[in-house]
Design a protein around this ligand. Sequence first.
Ligand code: PLP
Length: 378
Amino acid sequence: MPAKRYLFTPGPTPVPPQVLAALAEPVVHHRSPDFVPVYERCLTRLREVCRTEGDVLLFTASGTGAFESAVANLVSPGEPHLVVSAGNFGERWAKMVGAYGAEVDHLRYEWGETPDPEDVKARLGEREAKAVWVVQSETSTGIVADVQALARVAKEAGALVVVDAVSSLGAVPCETDAWSLDAVVSGSQKALMTPPGLGLCAVSEAALAATGSSPRFYFDWETTRKAQAKLDAPFTPPVSLVAGLDVALGLLLEEGLEASFERHVRLGRACRAGAKAMGLELFSPDEDRSAVVTAIRSDHADDVVAGLRDRFGMTIAAGQGPLKGKIFRLGHIGFFDVFDITTQLAAVELVLSDLGADVERGVAVTAALDAYEHAILA
Ligand code: PLP
């Protein structure tokens, strides 16, 4: 395998050099003046990125751990909850909510379908739920759901709304307060351009007031909320990761959230245009909302993944679950520009040619650049 490595998965994602430099700083004590201002700024920036005036609780955990905090705090045994799934992560949350003893109403779509707010409305009409659990960007399929519309119907039915924004926060709009979202969960290693290891959960007043009886300790929201209010983390935080996240969030906010959303839309357009120009069939929808990862159908999907790795040192994502061997996924969240897209496409082109496909050399790169350069007018 070549010495040079390229990380093109939809998480973990490449980390900007400024963030890497912050990670390499000497370790400081978490209750010292060396850390407290960094912690404070990081928490403030997180609120800005989550678009909330409320608390964003930071946990030493991956996204799944931060999600489990929502489950442990909001679910009591025997309570009704509606979980919407259309892929790997939605199915994970249905299992987790069930593991805490909830009566789970599982609105389960095929992998690759887009959840429909009307279905959620109908389900809530048949059976009430304390909370509706949705995935914004289902990374396993490339579908980005209309969380605003899903939240609206849930709220109309009087339910809390919990959103998995692990691969979407910072890449596509997620308006915690404006859309009345009660818990928004994300992780450091996706569009937030930081290594894995930090999970976050933005929580509304209503969510904090609705905590249940499940046993919990490390992930108890009130424990972390109270401690963060005093800028005194309840448990030793990974100080270097927090320092790195602080720098990454600074970069994101310096670019501007709207500019970042627009960049991601253009990266998605470029990736889809390139794939189509090569004659490939998209699995994820050909729509601007699919700005996180592009899933492409291929009979040679796993050979493409292996070929990119072995020939070029590039890591892309394979299909998961029922999509294993049927799709490969090209990531475009976080520290990505158009050349990260054209590099992936050029390599796919070469590997497909090796596999015997009839692909005109350079056609994908040209189409991708054209699509990227096309200004967004809407
Ligand atoms: N939800 C989504 C949409 C994801 O993409 C991922 C990670 O791939 C997760 C949840 C799980 O996050 P983690 O692997 O950080 O626990």
